[in-house]
Design a protein around this ligand. Structure first.
Ligand code: FAD
Ligand code: UDP
Length: 372
């Protein structure tokens, strides 16, 4: 059998394109993944205790895009969930993004009031300031605060997460979690914040459940390419692997997740607690907060960042910084030369996409290039 499209990767990028081409263009599609399940890094499953966990760390869907939300809503119902995070600073659990409440929890009231007034006067209430921007201030009081936040919230976490200091990464990495001149303790301010009611894997299963879509798991691209017949390729893996490392390896960051189950219903006050200053892990996720599952036990995951080593562990994060972006541009240039192949996804685009962003990019690729 010959397929119209062979898609490498059953994550958001691959699955959305498969669904669109099968349902809208009546194309015959084969989705291939080297893992033995679908859903990419959003994969979730019930562990041996029957607790729904995210294999690849906390996945919270959040978006301002009605288009993306409506599209995914065809395949799942949702549980609304407001993600809140605290970081352990000086032995206390402090709201993150660092905001006015964080200041009041850390400093004496009079000093906190003074800082609040300076912040509101300088930036305005409701504004978000990237820490690297705030550090540039010429106000001596604010500079002290910025240095404090940098040291206690960002420095240790970033060095653990990336093996690099905040200023050694693209500005938009630490800007993902700006200082927020507000009393709002939510991690995200997006219009839609939710998780699929029965999990991500079920949502993907519904998306791929179409007579025109076949799924081949446990199969690497290199093996599939040997014997599958197809007209066009969509590839969502890493480009250095695709091109045999012709320009050298692209750096990625990997993680190790250590899961632990406790014989009590609750472990910590929120779904996510960050540890910028202690231990080798960056954060602990307690999944029941996210999934809202009732269960007498609870499972948590510790996240240990580590270098990506090809063939040994998984590439989870591109490492956005100028020299890596330049190397990626060389691979992208090669990819653009190939007719009948599309490269898309967090790995293939070497972009730090959230789920809604890659969903939007996939829908756009379909509408603007594939369906035309
Ligand atoms: P992926 O989900 O990575 O899918 C790629 C697929 O391709 C994988 O299944 C892989 O096995 C397969 N593949 C790769 N190479 C090959 C090959 N050679 N042969 C066969 N198959 C191959 N986003 C949010 O919006 N909210 C969050 O809270 C959030 N939390 C995250 C936490 C962590 C720890 C991580 C790592 C990511 C998080 N994300 C979050 C980002 C989210 O995971 C991505 O945006 C999304 O998964 C990207 O989808 P994708 O299809 O591009 O890639
Ligand atoms: N960050 C930090 N301290 C925190 C939270 C985030 O230094 O308590 C920085 C860190 O560099 C991190 C980046 O902000 O990698 C983005 O954080 P986010 O929570 O968006 O990371 P993700 O969930 O994508 O791993």
């Amino acid at each position: 059998m010959k397929f119209d499209y062979m898609i490498i990767g059953a994550g958001f990028a691959g699955s959305i394109l498969a669904e669109r081409m099968a349902s809208q263009l009546d194309k015959k599609v084969l989705v291939v993944d080297k893992r033995n399940y679908i859903a990419g890094n959003a994969y979730d499953y019930y562990d041996e205790n029957g607790i729904l966990v995210h294999k690849y760390g906390p996945h919270i869907f959040h978006t301002n895009s009605k288009k993306v939300f409506d599209y995914l809503s065809q395949f799942t119902k949702w549980n609304t969930y407001t993600h809140k995070v605290k970081a352990v600073i000086e032995g206390k659990n402090i709201p993150i993004p660092f905001n006015l409440n964080s200041i009041y929890e850390l400093f004496p009231k009079k000093y906190a009031e003074k800082l609040e007034n300076i912040l509101i006067e300088k930036y305005g209430f409701g504004l978000k300031i990237p820490i690297l921007k705030m550090k540039e201030t010429d106000n001596s009081e604010l500079k002290l605060l910025a240095d404090y936040i940098y040291k206690n919230v960002f420095y240790g976490y970033t060095v653990k997460q990336w093996g690099l200091k905040p200023e050694e990464l693209d500005f938009n990495v630490s800007s993902r979690v700006p200082v927020y001149i507000s009393r709002d303790n939510r991690y995200f301010q997006d219009t839609y914040q939710c998780l699929p009611k029965n999990g991500y894997t079920e949502m993907f299963s519904n998306m791929l459940n179409h007579k025109n879509i076949k799924i081949l798991l446990n199969t690497d691209y290199r093996d599939a390419i040997e014997y599958i017949k197809f007209d066009k390729l969509i590839y969502t893996g890493t480009l250095d692997y695709f091109f045999d490392n012709m320009f050298g390896e692209l750096p990625y960051r990997s993680l190790e997740f250590n899961f632990e189950t406790f014989d009590s219903p609750k472990f910590q006050e929120l779904g996510q607690i960050n540890f910028p200053n202690n231990y080798d892990y960056t954060r602990i996720t307690e999944f029941k907060h996210l999934t809202q599952q009732n269960h007498p036990k609870t499972t948590i995951a510790y996240e240990y960042p580590m270098p990506f080593i090809s063939g040994k562990n998984e590439a989870y994060y591109p490492i956005p910084r100028p020299e890596n972006n330049d190397l990626f541009a060389k691979y992208k240039n090669e990819a653009d030369k190939l007719k009948n192949a599309f490269f898309i996804g967090r790995l293939a685009d070497y972009k730090y996409y959230n789920m809604d962003q890659i969903a939007g990019v996939a829908l756009q690729l379909f509408e603007n290039k594939i369906a035309k």
